[in-house]
Design a protein around this ligand. Structure first.
Ligand code: AMP
Length: 506
């Protein structure tokens, strides 16, 4: 049986201990330091025990060296890593800690006051990052690579987020498929501006970089001007982001002087690959980016549950509006509503099979069962094959909204909005938007005499929901449109917003 110390990412780090692994505004950290720090974290998590035996360890740490040291420390101690989002309000963090049944919560000092009470509830162990990184080295357990490694929370159509569980083998398959398709090497240097509680940043950027022995530079948050400044310093080879990030980079370029624009474009042209994903990249965006940088963004398609499934080619023509063909080791098929395979030119649900596909939804055996059909994962996304390439048509369910690269559940937002004292009922939909992909838009039934405005609602909702889930458009109605089964007819609400009757915008 293979040992955790044989975990490919750990083994790879040991081959080049003096090579820089992570560069942040706080400094440069080699692979050797990452191995030392994660060993200390693992020892601290174990606290004398032999093995965490798949205990969940939630951690709230801003993107940076300490984040990676803790993630690797959890793995090396035999635990399951549960990254928490630095942008989520307390109730959402508490939900993940409770649902994952975390035994330990590691918290960066920046969040200690806010999260410590929740972290210590129900006999959980609260561990400040400083203590985790300062432990005496202990021996580490033998852990099979088949063991579960990570839980990422993702919104589903049934309301509350579900925990997507991946094993070390799944993570290895997800990373290796991209490393081979996009020809990562230890000579690469990528800049991460993505949050590290979502697959895009964790796998496509961070894990691929470290598994290749490359350098991952990390900005704690995205700032368009800072990204351009870094690109202009030179040396970056790769960049990956959601379409919204590229929209902001374009706006920043457009605001620059002609001379600076020229320098920005020249620096960007020297990079070898820029990737877009997590939401559809509008063709106009890809074209604009090409005029600015000379690069055709490589668009790919994937999901928390499966890693990446489809990609445009690294070499050869990238067709805007298309997400290319299956990645190495990924089997992808399209199936109609009766479960029959469909041929080119016909729409069908994307179903996926392969070693990168997740193990299960955390403690949700029924949801796990329902999401597979004969061993194929049912993505809920609809696509069509044209000229041998997949084009994504959208989600089967209208209840999943993709905004700024995040996937949010309309049902979950509705649950929260309904707790507002002046809201009698509501329905939330996503309305297409060139900047955000979709905008969270809400139809509200409010109490008689209420003077609720979008501004007041947003201020209230920001205390309860992550900022990107807070509606940016509202419309007040006396009744919600419903079908004869009493179910709200969302396509009608979408039409309402699209025809310009959508009330107030932020
Ligand atoms: P997540 O699990 O948050 O990464 O969201 C996955 C979902 O994002 C998929 O099920 C798709 O609906 C959507 N998605 C990801 N990549 C693309 C893409 N290139 N084009 C359109 N939708 C995408």
């Amino acid at each position: 049986m293979r040992k955790i110390s044989d975990l490919p990412i750990i083994e790879r780090a040991g081959r080049n201990p003096d090579h820089p692994a992570i560069i942040t505004p706080a400094g440069s950290f080699t692979y050797g330091r990452l191995l030392d720090a994660s060993h200390k974290v693992a020892s601290s998590l174990l606290a004398g025990a032999d093995d965490l035996k798949e205990q969940r360890v939630a951690f709230l740490i801003p993107p940076g060296f300490q984040y990676v040291a803790v993630q690797w420390g959890i793995w090396r101690a035999g635990g399951i890593a549960v990254p928490l989002s630095v942008s989520h309000p307390l109730p959402e963090l508490e939900y993940v800690i409770e649902d994952s049944d975390a035994a330990i919560v590691v918290i960066h000092p920046q969040f200690e006051d806010r999260l410590r009470p929740a972290a210590e509830r129900n006999d959980r162990r609260f561990l400040p990052t400083a203590d985790a990184l300062d432990a005496k080295i202990a021996s580490l357990p033998d852990v099979s690579v088949n063991r579960r490694a990570m839980i990422l929370y993702t919104s589903g159509s049934t309301g509350k987020p579900k925990g997507v569980v991946t094993s070390h083998c799944n993570i290895e398959a997800q990373a290796m498929s991209l490393i081979s398709a996009w020809e990562w090497t230890c000579e690469d240097r990528i800049l991460n501006v993505l949050p590290l509680h979502h697959i895009h940043g964790i796998i496509n950027v961070l894990t691929c970089a470290l598994r290749s022995g490359a350098v991952c530079e990390i900005f704690p948050r995205f700032d368009a001007a800072e990204v351009w400044a870094r690109i202009m310093q030179g040396g970056l080879t790769l960049f990956m982001a959601v379409p919204t990030v590229y929209v902001k980079l374009i706006a920043c370029w457009e605001a620059a002087s002609a001379g600076r624009q020229k320098a920005m474009s020249a620096a960007c042209a020297k990079m070898r690959l820029l990737v877009s994903g997590s939401a559809a990249a509008p063709v106009s965006l890809i074209e604009k980016w090409k005029t600015i940088s000379g690069h055709v963004l490589l668009e790919r398609y994937g999901m928390t549950e499966i890693g990446m499934a489809l990609s445009n080619p690294l070499h050869g023509e990238r067709a805007p509006g298309y997400v290319g063909v299956p990645l190495p080791d990924m089997k992808v098929r399209l199936v109609d509503e009766d479960g029959n395979l469909v041929g080119p030119g016909i729409q069908g649900e994307i179903q996926v099979k392969g070693p990168a596909v997740f193990a299960q939804y955390w403690r949700k055996p029924e949801a796990t069962r329902d999401s597979f059909c004969d061993g194929w994962f049912r993505t809920g996304d609809v696509s069509v094959i044209e000229n041998g390439k997949f084009r994504i048509l959208g989600r089967q369910s209208v209840d999943i909204i993709k905004t700024g690269g995040y996937k949010v559940s309309a049902l979950e937002i509705e649950e929260v909005l309904r707790t507002h004292p002046q809201i009698k009922d509501c329905a939330v939909v996503g309305i297409e938007d060139t900047e955000w992909g979709e905008r969270v838009s809400a139809v509200l039934m409010i109490e008689h005499g209420s003077a609720l405005t979008l501004g007041l609602l947003r201020r209230w909702a920001k205390e309860k929901l992550a900022a990107y889930k807070v509606p940016t458009r509202i419309c007040v109605l006396s009744e919600l449109p419903r079908n004869n089964m009493g179910k709200v007819t969302k396509p009608e609400i979408v039409r309402l917003f699209k025809t310009g009757n959508g009330g107030e915008n932020s």
